[in-house]
Ligand binder design. Structure first.
Ligand SMILES: [Zn+2]
Length: 441
């Protein structure tokens, strides 16, 4: 079983009356993650992801893989370095330069630490002549670190210089098919965010530097968002405020009183790019008639580390982290009695029962359980620590577990904010049945 006493989790204690530098650059999620030993800064705008948070990152990566592969996306790895020449060919190098991290090699060649890979993936297809129309649509994705030279990194993992992103690129033979691919991916984004139980809004967005005509953003609404989202509370239609200058009314039927403004953190963005990159780099397929034709393209991002930070921002209290259950680092924490307490001796059988119960379960469930074996610390202090970390289910083996007749444990369900008093078997079964509802099929 995983043991808290062995996990590297450097807690950071910020005194209550401490003067916090650059308060406007810090967010609740960043503070909680630092206090709980989930992240540590490494220079300005980059972070170490420590073991507990790494578990959440890997869970989210697995969930994204599952959802992407279900719609026939193929996972690949593209080089982090992209030749600046490719970005000059697409015309983006000059426009985006201020935010690009540029590397010069020993031959004086310029490369980007890529923020995104439209040029890179298109150059791959352009280098392969005569790909048959039969192979399309093609959908390639990767989950890798991306880079942006932020003027003002802030809010921890929400706006960092280096971040983990899922980027997907679709290629189709004509615009009509490209739009079908676009709908398919957007539908799957909905399924993914619904599975995570993240309240999000999908809005029409500006295509900006990316190109193309159709684009949507996905936002988690929080109090620190950097995007202003205007939403009609009657019909739920929402748009980015940037776009409102052109069309003041976001819907035809509703009255101005229905319009509300929120702050949002962008967690996903989708674009139909048409032939902006494929034309510039000459990426073609071989048509039915045997002629090379220009491909049509779409691109789709999800900020992986940002999504985790934004959901912590949205769900947590000022002092306790709350996670969407599928990406909680552990799902169940067991807190046994303090060393030397009168309960400790009496609950030995019970501890064995827990052990046997978990041994009978599959590895994935067992791996989601952690025991807070720091038994030199009181139950109360360990419970406070676990609640702060937000592990959604906690079983506390306290004095009632040592009673002769009907021994019970406390089962804390943090996301529902309920405490149950149950026999150990009932408590374990209850947690397992709850966890099972998140199994991916
Ligand atoms: Zn409306």
């Amino acid at each position: 079983m995983n043991r808290i006493s062995k996990i590297f989790q450097p807690l950071l204690i910020i005194p209550k009356n401490a003067v916090v530098r650059n308060q406007d650059l810090t967010s609740k999620s960043q503070r909680l993650m630092m206090e709980c030993g989930l992240i540590r800064p490494s220079g300005n705008g980059s972070f170490f992801i420590l073991p507990i948070l790494q578990r959440s990152v890997e869970k989210l990566v697995g969930i994204i893989d599952h959802h992407m592969q279900k719609i026939d996306c193929q996972k690949i790895t593209m080089p982090t370095l992209t030749s600046a020449d490719l970005w000059k060919m697409s015309g983006r190098f000059e426009d985006a330069q201020s935010e690009l991290l540029i590397v010069k090699d020993r031959h004086e060649k310029l490369h980007l630490l890529s923020p995104t890979h439209e040029e890179s993936i298109t150059s791959l297809l352009a280098s392969i002549a005569g790909t048959s129309y039969r192979l399309f649509p093609l959908k390639f994705y990767q989950i890798t670190s991306k880079f942006r030279d932020e003027m003002k990194p802030r809010f921890g993992l929400i706006r960092a210089k280096e971040f983990l992103m899922k980027d997907l690129y679709t290629f189709d033979c004509d615009l009509e098919s490209a739009k079908i691919s676009y709908e398919t991916v957007n539908e799957q984004y909905k399924n993914l965010f619904d599975y995570l139980e993240i309240p999000y809004v999908k809005i029409e967005a500006d295509t900006g530097l990316m190109g193309g005509n159709i684009s949507h953003e996905y936002h988690i609404l929080t109090s620190i968002g950097e995007d202003h989202i205007v939403q009609c509370k009657k019909c739920n239609k929402a748009v980015n405020k940037e776009l409102l200058n052109e069309k003041q009314l976001i819907c035809d039927e509703c009255v101005p009183e229905d319009i509300e403004q929120h702050e949002g953190i962008e967690i996903g963005h989708t674009f139909v790019l048409e032939d902006k990159y494929t034309k510039a780099l000459n990426a073609t397929y071989l048509s039915k008639k045997g002629k090379p034709e220009i491909l049509q393209m779409g691109c789709y991002g999800i900020g992986v580390t940002r999504l985790i930070a934004a959901s912590i921002e949205r769900f947590s209290t000022e002092s306790e982290i709350r996670w969407p259950i599928p990406i909680a680092p552990f799902k169940l924490c067991i807190i046994p009695p303090k060393e030397g307490s009168k309960e400790q001796e009496k609950v030995k059988d019970l501890m064995e029962e827990i052990d046997n119960f978990l041994k009978s379960k599959e590895k994935s469930l067992r791996d989601d359980v952690v025991i807070d074996d720091r038994t030199q610390i009181t139950i109360g202090k360990r419970l406070m620590h676990t609640k702060r970390l937000g592990i959604p289910f906690i079983i506390v083996i306290g004095s009632k577990a040592a009673e002769e007749i009907n021994p019970t444990v406390e089962l804390h369900d943090l996301n529902q904010n309920i405490v149950h008093e149950l026999s150990i078997t009932d408590a374990l079964n209850k947690v397992m049945s709850q966890i099972k509802t998140y199994e991916i099929v």
